[in-house]
Design a protein around this ligand. Structure first.
Ligand SMILES: Nc1nc2c(c(=O)[nH]1)N[C@H]1C(S)=C(S)[C@@H](COP(=O)(O)OP(=O)(O)OC[C@H]3O[C@@H](n4cnc5c(=O)[nH]c(N)nc54)[C@H](O)[C@@H]3O)O[C@H]1N2
Ligand SMILES: Nc1nc2c(c(=O)[nH]1)N[C@H]1C(S)=C(S)[C@@H](COP(=O)(O)OP(=O)(O)OC[C@H]3O[C@@H](n4cnc5c(=O)[nH]c(N)nc54)[C@H](O)[C@@H]3O)O[C@H]1N2
Ligand code: SF4
Ligand SMILES: [Mo]
Length: 696
């Protein structure tokens, strides 16, 4: 007999609500949760490959302790008791010698991180980070500096939008299933789509307007848009009067940045910028200029994001239906939120090793900046960090300059990787604790704010195939050994009941759909009733916090260096068939897409003697890899582009091994290139040389 289990996809960070059909303990079919209309019953190709992940023998099948040198790949397979005893003893050793603050932890962020935060807090360390310095930190900080709230406190109301602008955002390949469905519905209803990108990606092929921009000049483009909105009086005056503080300072600042000026920087014609702005104004306030997601690209990316929030505000889109309405939290709809596990322990009094909140008061201390925690491991400044748990996190692939990072990790007394697949970081660890993949584990309850806030649950769909464990089992096991009794839960039900106390909700309420809705219909606020958490309560063009740090609120434009003759800016992004670096070895997805290719402009290729489909050598500072060239007219000639996540070298992953090019290896010195205002890594400030592979 077949059984349906509600679960949450874990193949990427989006975590779509799914339902899993099983029969005799085997997975039959994975579909989008039928009770969530925007899923339309679908998952993306990676979501559908969940079964292949479960069946894959080439994933860590039991706990392992390193038997050779770090990275040598010699392992001793052990039982869970031995593995957890080993980790706990090492952590005790480090805390006895250097103090609790010497334990660092990073994870992949997301709705289930409360358990991890609780664990690190319980240990007495302030050093919980997530991966976001390599992803969306600049977006979040830009939103905080402008509106006093995080990026997720604003909803992208795609379904009701009349014009959507994607800049650095490839929504049809870097997929979030509900967003894709909502945008397609809106486009069926006449919503315009503008794409501003350095290449024609799949989103561009569906756009009503595509503008190919010179890499790294988006800030110039956006300043010209602001200029045009103000100069032509095309902005929403009522909204500006109510909510935008210091508009006059913006008006003064923006004067030199005309569309004609921007044309020379960006390569986009002034008339096109002007036409585009008129179109936007016609659709306001139901406009979403997406502030970006993977915005760890340049050292001024924070200001690009900030300029986008300013444009959305000028269009009256912030707070508006079909724009970026404010998300509701449980308390906003008269409900009590989940009880935080992190509340089980007091906040550690020590300062953070990465400097977030004190050395860098404008950087929020929740997610921190992982690269600065790594630097503390290297320098012992402000103090030594000697044990590191990389929990569902692969910094050796996800941060630049893996050789440098390996040197740093070599100084650790303990490196633990908790993961469901092999990764460069797991391979370099002292201990690998294999996490059950998401279909084989349940998670703590999670809460999602939005137009309809909700709680949701991930149930276990099938039992673990190998000797792997769920998050809560691993954290409880370690907590028990480390004297953190409050976290040493013996069942998931105990955790769920703890989280639900005072909410008036019981686990029975999740049974019918996998979620509990806290409001019956989407809630929008009238323009007069918006609420921002800045010191003035308004959207602040001038941020005192930034100014105090000597960082301008309005950054004057400076041109980035162009690649020297014969070199290209290395750019990267996603494709619909893979997630970051951990699905290339998935049998099903590998079959669909076994390699990445190097996008290169046809004319540049021709002048270098490179033909479409030929093999090329990509080099930087004496390091080279080969890859096949994709010669195309639809990439800017300054750039080459690859899909991130390839170029794996681990013998345990026979399919992925040796497949094409790892962009992260062409980022020497990249740990030092980051945005001082937003904290994000500047991944795209690296140049490479490309030559035919058969030359010489
Ligand atoms: N050069 C370069 N660097 C990049 C990027 C790039 O495009 N180019 N992209 C950046 C971006 S946007 C991000 S988000 C980071 C991503 O990099 P990371 O934050 O490291 O995330 P992942 O590679 O998705 O996952 C890390 C590990 O967690 C394990 N894992 C365990 N359980 C789960 C689960 O339930 N879900 C998931 N997803 N993983 C699990 C996976 O097996 C994987 O080995 O890298 C960033 N770094
Ligand atoms: N299929 C799939 N979906 C995913 C993921 C995945 O790995 N696979 N990962 C998830 C995660 S963690 C994230 S962060 C998001 C990322 O979501 P996105 O940020 O939308 O994805 P990317 O493909 O990294 O980058 C978007 C676009 O930026 C363009 N770009 C690069 N440089 C420039 C520039 O200078 N100017 C402009 N205008 N454009 C530029 C690239 O060409 C690319 O088309 O996707 C999420 N969804
Ligand atoms: S977008 Fe695809 S891979 Fe990501 S959570 Fe949704 S179904 Fe899973
Ligand atoms: Mo990301």
């Amino acid at each position: 007999m077949s059984v349906q289990t509600f679960s949450i996809c874990g193949m990427c960070t989006v975590r779509c609500p799914i339902q899993v059909e099983t029969e005799n303990g085997e997975i039959k079919f994975i579909a989008g949760n039928q009770h969530v209309p925007a899923m339309k019953g679908a998952v993306c190709p990676r979501g559908a490959a969940g079964k292949a992940l479960i069946m894959d023998r080439e994933r860590p099948q039991s706990p392992m302790i390193r038997a050779g040198e770090r990275g040598e790949g010699k392992w001793r397979t052990v039982g869970w008791d031995e593995a957890l005893d080993f980790v706990a003893e090492k952590i005790k050793g480090v805390t006895d010698r250097y103090g609790a603050r010497s334990v660092g932890f990073s994870d992949r962020g997301g709705p289930f991180q409360d358990l991890h935060k609780a664990f690190v807090k319980g240990l007495g360390s302030p050093n919980f980070c997530n991966h976001d310095a390599s992803c969306a930190r600049n977006v979040d900080h830009a939103c905080l500096s402008f509106a006093g709230i995080g990026r997720k406190d604003l909803v992208y109301d795609l379904k009701n939008a009349k014009h959507v602008v994607l800049q650095f955002r490839n929504i049809f390949e870097a997929v979030n299933v509900q967003e894709v469905n909502n945008l397609m519905d809106a486009m069926d209803n006449g919503c315009k789509l503008t794409v501003i990108d350095i290449r024609a990606n799949i989103s561009a092929t569906k756009a009503s307007r595509f503008m190919m921009i010179r890499p790294g000049t988006d800030y110039a483009f956006n300043l010209a848009v602001i200029h045009e909105l103000l100069d032509k009086n095309l902005y929403d005056k009522k909204f500006a009067h109510l909510w935008i503080k210091d508009l006059n300072q913006l008006e003064d600042f923006i004067k030199p940045y005309t569309p004609e000026w921007a044309e020379t920087e960006t390569g986009i014609a002034a008339y096109e910028i002007k036409d585009f702005v008129c179109e936007l104004a016609a659709a306001m306030p139901s406009v979403i200029w997406h502030p970006g997601w993977m915005m760890a690209r340049y050292r001024h990316s924070f200001y690009i994001c900030r300029s986008i929030y300013i444009i959305n505000a000028l269009l009256g889109a912030i707070g508006a239906k079909g724009g970026l309405p404010l998300a509701y939290k449980p308390a906003d709809v008269g409900k009590t939120g989940l009880k935080a596990l992190a509340d089980l322990f007091p906040k550690p009094s020590e300062k953070r090793a990465d400097g977030a909140g004190w050395r860098y008061p404008h950087i929020a201390d929740g997610a921190g900046l992982a690269h600065l925690m790594f630097k503390a491991m290297d320098s012992d400044d402000p103090y030594p960090v000697k044990a590191y748990i990389a929990y569902r996190h692969d910094p050796l692939m996800g941060f630049p300059d893996p050789d440098r990072l390996k040197q740093i990790f070599s100084k650790l007394d303990l490196l633990v990787s908790v993961t469901f697949s092999w990764s460069d970081t797991a391979w370099f660890s002292d201990v690998v604790l294999p996490l059950s993949p998401y279909l084989e584990r349940e998670s703590i309850l999670a809460s999602k704010n939005g137009l309809k806030p909700q709680f949701f649950v991930r149930y276990r769909a099938v039992e673990p195939r190998y000797d792997t464990k769920a998050d809560w089992e691993i954290i409880s096991g370690l907590s028990r050994r480390l004297g953190l009794d409050a976290l040493a839960f013996s069942s998931i039900e105990e955790i769920w009941n703890y989280q639900l106390q005072s909410t008036g909700v019981s686990m029975d309420d999740f049974k019918a759909t996998g979620a509990v809705q806290l409001a019956s219909s989407p809630k929008y606020r009238a323009m007069e009733n918006l609420k921002f958490k800045t010191p003035s309560g308004k959207l602040e063009i001038i941020s005192e916090k930034l100014e105090k740090q000597g960082l301008p609120s309005l950054l004057p434009y400076t041109s980035l260096d162009r690649p020297p003759e014969g070199q290209f800016r290395l750019t990267f992004g996603r494709c619909a068939l893979h997630t970051q670096g951990h699905t290339v070895n998935n049998p099903l997805l590998f079959e669909q897409m076994p390699e990445n290719v190097l996008w290169i402009n046809t004319n540049s290729a021709k002048s270098l003697g490179i033909s479409d489909g030929s093999t090329v050598l990509v080099s930087q500072d004496g390091y080279s890899e080969t890859i096949r060239a994709k010669g195309t007219d639809v990439i800017h000639p300054d750039a080459v582009f690859v899909v991130h996540g390839f170029g794996q070298t681990l013998p345990v992953e026979s399919r992925a091994m040796g497949r094409c090019l790892a962009d992260n290896k062409f980022m020497k010195g990249g740990l030092d290139l980051w945005d001082p205002a937003g904290g994000g890594i500047a991944f795209q400030e690296h140049f490479v040389t490309v030559t035919p592979a058969n030359k010489n």
